[in-house]
Design a protein around this ligand. Structure first.
Ligand SMILES: [Zn+2]
Length: 211
């Protein structure tokens, strides 16, 4: 995948997709066929100092909603069962964990950051043993391309009827005319609107639960 540095338009789009200001976005590793961001690569330490393990953050609302429906349908439990039964799958999933860490370290270096000791050896989404967040796995697969994460690849396939980077549904996926959230407004915005978690020191991994 050809990751590209975010333009100022990309940052506006990401803020509208997530309904919060974005920060510390290093590049855009996956885009809709129309060019809009689908995944944001985020620095492993935010500029406020907080470690951020979810390097490949799924941002497109149609994608995050489709993945949430899979989670609600019990797909994670099935995947966890399979990881317990299928040694080959478990090995490929461990390799996905290593891939995630290697890519994060590359992002860290490109962002000019020191090693982030707090999340050393810790990837995201439950890897390498468990499946705890399908958004993380899908974000990884969309960023890295097929083959890097077997379960992420499955998630991307499972949502394909609802969301695919090859079929643009951007126009109806978020409010393109909304006021762009900025850092100064964000606290007020969060208090006013439902569906936002309060900002916490805990690094978010789940797009729909966290700002
Ligand atoms: Zn699009």
């Amino acid at each position: 995948m050809n990751a590209t540095r975010p333009s100022s338009d990309d940052l506006v789009t990401l803020s509208l997709q997530l309904r919060r200001p974005v920060r510390d976005v290093v590049d855009i590793p996956a885009r809709c066929v129309c060019g809009n961001p689908v995944v944001a690569t985020t620095a492993p330490r935010l500029s406020n100092g907080i470690p951020f393990p979810t390097t490949f953050y799924l941002t497109h609302p149609a994608a995050t909603a489709a993945v949430s429906r899979l989670e609600a349908a019990g797909v994670m439990a099935q995947m966890n069962d399979r990881l317990g039964d299928d040694d080959k799958l478990a090995a490929r999933y461990r390799a996905a964990h290593e891939d995630y860490l290697a890519r994060r370290d590359d992002v860290r270096q490109r962002a000019g950051l020191d090693p982030v000791w707090e999340i050393e050896g810790i990837s995201a989404g439950g890897m390498p043993q468990r499946v705890k967040c399908l958004h993380v796995l899908a974000g990884h697969s969309l960023a890295a391309g097929p083959g890097a994460n077997p379960l992420g690849d499955e998630v991307v396939e499972l949502i394909a009827t609802e969301f695919s980077t090859l079929r643009c549904v951007c126009a109806r996926s978020w409010d393109h005319d909304a006021q762009v959230p900025d850092q100064d407004l964000s606290r007020h915005v969060r208090r006013r609107n439902q569906g936002y978690a309060a900002e916490s020191a805990e690094a978010p991994t789940h797009p729909e639960e966290t700002p």
